[in-house]
Design a protein around this ligand. Structure first.
Ligand code: NAD
Length: 356
């Protein structure tokens, strides 16, 4: 099993370092190879996604990604900015399914902005289509407005579109994933207003014929946003398009209190994937040894489960994370009175000890 380790910028190297330590402690013989990406890729090779990095990511069985981005690159032309690396990897590796679990460990219930009884024990999974929708649809741009009351003025426009095959494949991911969890899928759309999402609803309903053991409900996105905050525990798996998923997954992330706890997976059609924490490179705390490495360690667990067929090892890591939280160890982002404050390295070491 070959794992590409792309640490990136800011806190990226610190947090992936802890995840690598945990992977090494499992007693498996993974081959791990590192490469520069993001600002580090630009600094060393003149491009955020150097050809050698892309080749490594393609050759590997899975990619463990830290984070990219640094304000010092903000004035570069868009194509050379660090963030282009992650977009390029998604495109080049065909990573169309983004899985973001939002889990609230009972020990952290006080860290959420919602009442503990609303969120304690939360365990939902948002599956976001990642390579289509209005984010990629063409034509797009700024043009002269052709009609209506603003005719002749400049207007910005984008194109929302989803092909049948694109909807089918993400629906299959959702139903298959739900089978391994609570067997319930909520498909989120805006079928009452948008043709694209009426079509989405029809196709998801037809794919559901193959998964009669899984319950399917449809929900409009505005209602889903409300329900996520009102009664988030009623969901199991949510599947939705790129734009709605972008917004809903960030809202769900905050239900759990800290972005430093949230892993993610982006999968292709064969379950090869890129695994990364949901947060960015956090330049404000980079190099200080205080970043929470748990989102990256939990991303490594997702990698073992979804791409490397090592579900028992994934369970071991997830149980070790629960154990260190139960011991009261907290990085500053999740610290509460009465707990033990630890840094990035100490948290990684504690997870390694808990594995044993
Ligand atoms: P961010 O997620 O990096 O940071 C937001 C806040 O959360 C900061 O206060 C940060 O200190 C804190 N934070 C993030 N991760 C943490 C962790 N593991 N432990 C403790 N605290 C943590 O978002 P931002 O500040 O908006 O962006 C910073 C850079 O990251 C930008 O260049 C942005 O483009 C980039 N970014 C990259 C990715 C990615 O690599 N996939 C995703 C989002 C943002």
């Amino acid at each position: 099993m070959k794992i590409a380790i792309l640490s990136g910028d800011g806190i990226g190297p610190e947090i992936t370092g802890q995840a690598v330590k945990v992977l090494n402690a499992l007693g498996e013989s993974f081959e791990m190879e590192t490469a520069d990406v993001g600002g580090a890729g630009y600094a060393a090779h003149g491009h955020p996604l150097p050809p050698a990095t892309l080749a490594l990511a393609k050759a590997a069985d899975a990619v463990l990604f830290g984070a990219v981005g640094d304000f010092k690159y903000d004035n570069l032309e868009r194509a050379l900015r660090p963030e282009q690396a992650i977009l390029g990897l998604r495109r080049e590796l065909g990573l169309f399914a983004n899985l973001r679990p939002a889990i609230l460990y009972p020990e952290l219930a006080g860290a959420s902005t919602l009442k503990p009884e609303v969120v304690a024990g939360l365990d939902i999974l948002i599956i976001r289509e990642l390579t289509g929708d209005i984010y990629f649809g063409k034509p797009r741009g700024v043009r002269e407005c052709p009609d209506g009351p603003f005719k002749g003025q400049r207007e910005g426009f984008d194109t929302m579109r989803y092909a049948e095959g694109e909807i089918r494949r993400i629906a299959h991911v959702a139903f298959q994933t739900a089978r391994k969890r609570g067997k319930r899928v909520t498909s989120v759309d805006k079928a009452n207003v948008l043709e694209t999402f009426q079509f989405w609803r029809d196709i998801v309903t037809s794919v559901h014929q193959e998964y009669q053991d899984v319950e399917l409900e449809h929900m409009y996105v505005d209602n889903a946003a409300m329900q996520l905050v009102r009664a988030p525990k009623k969901f199991d798996v949510i599947v939705t398009g790129n734009m709605f998923g972008d917004i809903l997954s960030d809202a769900a992330a905050m239900l759990t209190g800290s972005i430093g706890m949230l892993p993610s997976a982006s999968l292709d059609a064969n379950n090869k994937g890129l695994y990364e924490p949901s947060h960015g490179s956090a330049p404000d705390i980079a190099g200080k040894g205080v970043a929470n490495p748990l989102a990256t360690i939990l991303s490594a667990a997702m990698m073992l489960r979804y791409s490397l067929d090592r579900a028992e090892q994934a369970d071991r890591i997830e149980n070790a994370v629960k154990a260190v939280l139960a011991q009261g160890l907290r990085t500053p982002d999740i610290f509460e009175e009465g707990m033990t404050r630890v840094g990035t390295e100490q948290m990684g070491d504690a997870v390694v000890r808990a594995l044993a």
